[in-house]
Design a protein. Structure first.
Length: 460
């Protein structure tokens, strides 16, 4: 990377790509890129001074980025192989790297703290970064979400050589990394369009563990069904919420709507830690993050302060609107296990209230592979509104649609709805607790839903 002075991103609006774009721009390099649609994130990049185009024509590439010897092209797997700009760069012998390759270079030049897992990795990564950044240890971070504490997915520190990275298993991207320490939160099979079998998916995580550098550590959730392939000199720790292990939570309790617990380490205990975002599923994520921070020298008091001051992540269990009649929440959950955990946590928060969920399935292949599991998770709701599948990078698959999930959902109150008809449908509903779920473009509906609810109720 050292020979390049310009960086052009194909898919610059992605959450991981935008963090890298910000990183290179902050370092003083020239940065620009293409994305398919305008979003809040692309607007922020433009405001910060980064050039973003939404036209895929080759003529849209700024002239300054057309010199192959000084420009690195960074791509996301979502960019199709016939994309005109990608073809131009290939035909003119530009160096082209995937985002994961660039992150791998960064981990080799620093001490990478890499958090992997089917679910929980964004939250665990963000809590880890917050705990380190607000302490005397400090850190850099490239995250898969926008941290509410900092309103960004990138943190930089001149004082620290630690870099927190979300290790993405899609397309085996995390095999490009060279971790100093790693966490594995879960290995529930996903992305079977890439891996084909659960066994291959698990083997991919086992290979990831072999990349941890000697002198480092792996912290793995207790009960995960893989056999780590650790190099000599790598320490193995386990963690859990309340099921023992080297790191765990004990004495978990709710006090006036706040979750408190004791953090247990291999040789000491921090009593009465208050969770800043009082959601049950965050206890386990916090244990993993606190374990990483503890191993890297964050003090007891800094751990206590950091956990209590953590304010969450955009689209991770966010309370969007609250009135005397309605609570509206939004969550990124898009895998059956994530949905199950999220709905369970909402049920714990509001055990006597009616929960209506709006779910937008993400990817035809994921819907095909996990339709029964989606139906089982969504059956925990009181009412379900199911949207059409968001295709992302995929073409339709014959026989795969949202009804594949709906027909197995064990609820009387369930329906299919298009995004266009969602707001009128919600107007007719007697809503109590409303939640939107999904990783597609359902986030564009969130402010519209909020405004409609705001007009019909009064904020408390």
């Amino acid at each position: 990377m050292n020979k390049f002075t310009k960086y052009y991103f194909l898919g610059i609006g992605g959450i991981g790509m935008s963090a890298l774009a910000r990183y290179f721009y902050t370092k003083g390099f020239q940065v620009a890129g293409y994305d398919r649609t305008e979003t809040k994130l692309t607007s922020e990049l433009q405001t910060e001074g980064i050039m973003v185009s939404f036209n895929q024509d080759v003529d849209e590439i700024p002239f300054v980025f057309t010199k192959s010897e000084s420009t690195l092209i960074i791509i996301t797997p979502a960019i199709p192989s016939d994309h005109p700009q990608l073809r131009y760069f290939q035909e003119n012998n530009f160096t082209i790297q995937k985002r994961a390759q660039v992150l791998g270079d960064i981990t080799r030049q620093s001490k990478g703290i890499c958090i992997a897992g089917t679910h929980g990795k964004t939250t665990t990564s963000t809590i880890t970064a917050h705990l380190l950044y607000q302490s005397q240890v400090s850190c850099n971070e490239f995250l898969g979400g926008i941290a509410n504490n900092y309103n960004t997915n990138l943190l930089l520190s001149a004082e620290s050589n630690l870099v927190v990275i979300e290790a993405d298993e899609y397309d085996r991207s995390f095999h490009q990394l060279s971790p100093y320490m790693a966490v594995i939160t879960s290995v529930d099979p996903d992305h079977l369009d890439i891996y084909e079998t659960p066994k291959a998916f698990h083997e991919s995580f086992e290979y990831f563990t072999s990349l941890i550098r000697p002198g480092g550590a792996l912290i793995m959730r207790k009960g995960i069904d893989i056999v780590p392939q650790l190099q000599k000199g790598v320490k193995l720790y386990t963690y859990s919420m309340n099921d023992g292990g080297d790191f765990s939570a004990d004495n978990i309790r709710t006090v006036k709507g706040e979750i408190h617990f004791d953090f247990v380490t291999p040789n000491d205990r921090i009593s009465d830690v208050r969770l800043g975002v009082p959601v049950q599923i965050n206890v386990e994520n916090s244990v993993a993050a606190m374990a990483l921070a503890w191993l890297n020298g964050v003090s007891h008091e800094e751990l206590r302060t950091g956990i209590s001051s953590f304010s969450g992540i955009y689209r991770r269990f966010n309370v969007v609107y609250k009135s005397d009649k309605i609570v509206y929440m939004d969550d990124y959950a898009h895998h059956p296990s994530e949905l199950k955990a999220s709905i369970s946590s909402i049920r714990n928060l509001y055990p006597t209230r009616k929960i209506t969920g709006i779910f937008q399935p993400h990817l035809y292949t994921r819907t095909r592979d996990f339709a029964p599991a989606f139906a089982e998770a969504l059956s925990q709701l009181d009412e379900l509104i199911l949207l059409d599948i968001y295709p992302a990078r995929e073409l339709p698959i014959e026989g795969v649609d949202s009804d594949l999930i709906l027909r197995d959902v064990k609820l009387k109150n369930k329906s299919l709805c298009s995004k266009e008809n969602l707001l009128p449908l919600l107007k007719e509903k007697d809503l109590d607790v409303l939640v939107t779920f999904g990783a597609g473009d359902i986030d564009k509906m969130v402010p519209l839903i909020r405004e409609q609810l705001k007009k019909s109720t009064s904020i408390i």
